[in-house]
Design a protein around this ligand. Structure first.
Ligand code: HEC
Ligand code: HEC
Length: 386
């Protein structure tokens, strides 16, 4: 087990070096750094290859040491698994195949027009890409097109989190999957029995449940529907270039991404966004160093504890370049403004320099990846073929 805060404190020396690198960094096109600083960082970037700087650059760009950044990264991050195992049951292809069909099946909604995939489109990074007035809806459109209260998070890598939902009100994806089907504002089925009845009315589903749950007394049950959908989600993992890097491929990230990763660690994003998801491991207050205006009381709605007002689950940052708009209410449109807001409201150090911001956003781009194609290609739904 790693303890982020402790490791962070232990790496101040490297942090000091970084500030220097940043000041003279390859992306600081304004070239505000002094020659003395540039020299110091040159000395630090021991493994920099000479002559790499593009002709016409005002100054030679000092290199960030991939090996040093990797060493430090190991204090905060782990590579993603290819599946998020459950300690309650074994994942297998039969459960996942059933879960995928159910995930895509709109017949699980009262009007037959909405599936999990409607709001978590797996061909679009697992988020709701439906638009209102030419831009992605800030909050998901529910039953009857009514906007909901919150932005729909991606289902990619969701299963690895310590809890589900922005306020953590479900323990795991198995518990979570029951919610939307019966939620009157979402798929709006009246009760578990109604869901079982619909599925029992599609004979092609029976053999799929038999295969997925061979030893269950009642195979086609609402509990098993949720379990199968969750099993499918447990496979929606997206290892990316960043994982290749964590696994030792020093060339996996380009210089800008390396600088961004170093900056991300040095400014302290890792206080909250750590682990294999770069999030999903803890709750934190939105506005931890400076009050942030929002109507949603987050975790307070669940616990009614004063200290939980405006506390949210720290979200996973995997594929964050693709999952906007941002925050629990979708109130911020771009990643740049979101990262800057984080620096201002979550970090004592305050706003980022433009070069730091650009580097961090470049690093976040290295978290982009999709699950295997066979998992996200829409399936032929049982009883709908031919
Ligand atoms: C009408 C749109 C809508 C539908 C349909 C829907 N969801 Fe969601 N989903 C959301 C929204 C909005 C949230 C965030 C709600 C919150 O945190 O309070 C969410 C949260 C989640 C989360 C938690 C992710 C995280 O990072 O905390 C998972 C997992 C999830 N949904 C899976 C599903 C599955 C599986 C289905 C189908 C059974 C489904 N959703 C159907 C909109 C939807
Ligand atoms: C003190 C804890 C904390 C720190 C430090 C922190 N964050 Fe966050 N971050 C959060 C919380 C909590 C949220 C969710 C807030 C919400 O949605 O209301 C969040 C949300 C985000 C989001 C939006 C995610 C989404 O799916 O909409 C991004 C992007 C982000 N953080 C990036 C960063 C970066 C980059 C840094 C460093 C500059 C950083 N954060 C520092 C706690 C933190």
């Amino acid at each position: 087990m790693t303890t982020p805060s402790r490791s962070f404190a232990g790496s101040l020396a490297l942090a000091a070096a970084t500030v220097t690198v940043l000041a003279a960094g390859p992306i600081a096109c304004g070239g505000e750094s002094g020659p003395a600083q540039a020299k110091k960082s040159d000395a630090k970037a021991g493994d920099a290859k000479a002559g790499d700087a593009k002709a016409g650059d005002a100054k030679a760009a000092p290199k960030v040491s991939a090996a040093a950044v990797l060493e430090k990264s190991k204090n905060f991050f782990q590579p993603l698994p290819t599946e998020a195992k459950s300690d309650k049951y074994a994942l297998n292809d039969d459960i996942v195949a059933l879960g995928k069909a159910l995930y895509f099946d709109p017949r699980l909604s009262v009007d037959g027009d909405m599936s999990c995939n409607t709001c978590h489109d797996v061909q679009n990074f697992g988020v709701d890409v439906r638009e209102v007035d030419g831009a992605r809806a800030r909050t998901s459109l529910g039953h009857g097109g009514k906007p909901g209260a919150r932005n729909s998070p991606t289902v990619f890598n969701a299963a690895i989190q310590f809890v589900q939902f922005w306020d953590g009100r479900a323990a795991d994806v198995e518990e979570q999957a029951k919610g939307p089907v019966l939620n009157p504002d979402e798929m709006a089925m009246p009760d578990a029995a109604a869901v079982e009845k619909v599925l029992a009315g599609i004979p092609e589903y029976a053999p799929l449940f038999d295969k997925a749950f061979p030893t269950a007394e009642k195979k086609l049950s609402f509990d098993n529907v949720a379990l199968a959908i969750a099993a499918y989600e447990r496979r929606l993992m997206t290892p990316s270039k960043f994982d290749a890097f964590l696994n030792g491929d020093l060339a996996a990230l380009d210089q800008k991404q390396l600088l961004g990763l170093q900056t991300y660690m040095d400014v302290g994003c890792t206080t909250c966004h750590t682990g294999s998801g770069l999030g999903g491991t803890m709750f934190q207050k939105l506005g931890s160093v400076k009050p942030y205006e929002t109507a949603d009381m987050g975790r307070f709605e669940v616990t009614k504890q004063e200290a939980d007002k405006k506390v949210f689950k720290v979200p996973v940052l995997r594929n964050i370049t693709k999952t906007g708009p941002y925050l629990h209410d979708g109130s911020l449109a771009t990643l740049e403004e979101t990262v800057q807001m984080m620096a201002e409201y979550q970090l004592a150090r305050g706003k980022l320099e433009p070069a730091e911001l650009e580097a961090i956003v470049a690093f976040l781009g290295a978290l982009e990846a999709t699950p295997p194609a066979e998992l996200i290609t829409p399936p032929e739904l049982p009883g709908k073929a031919g």
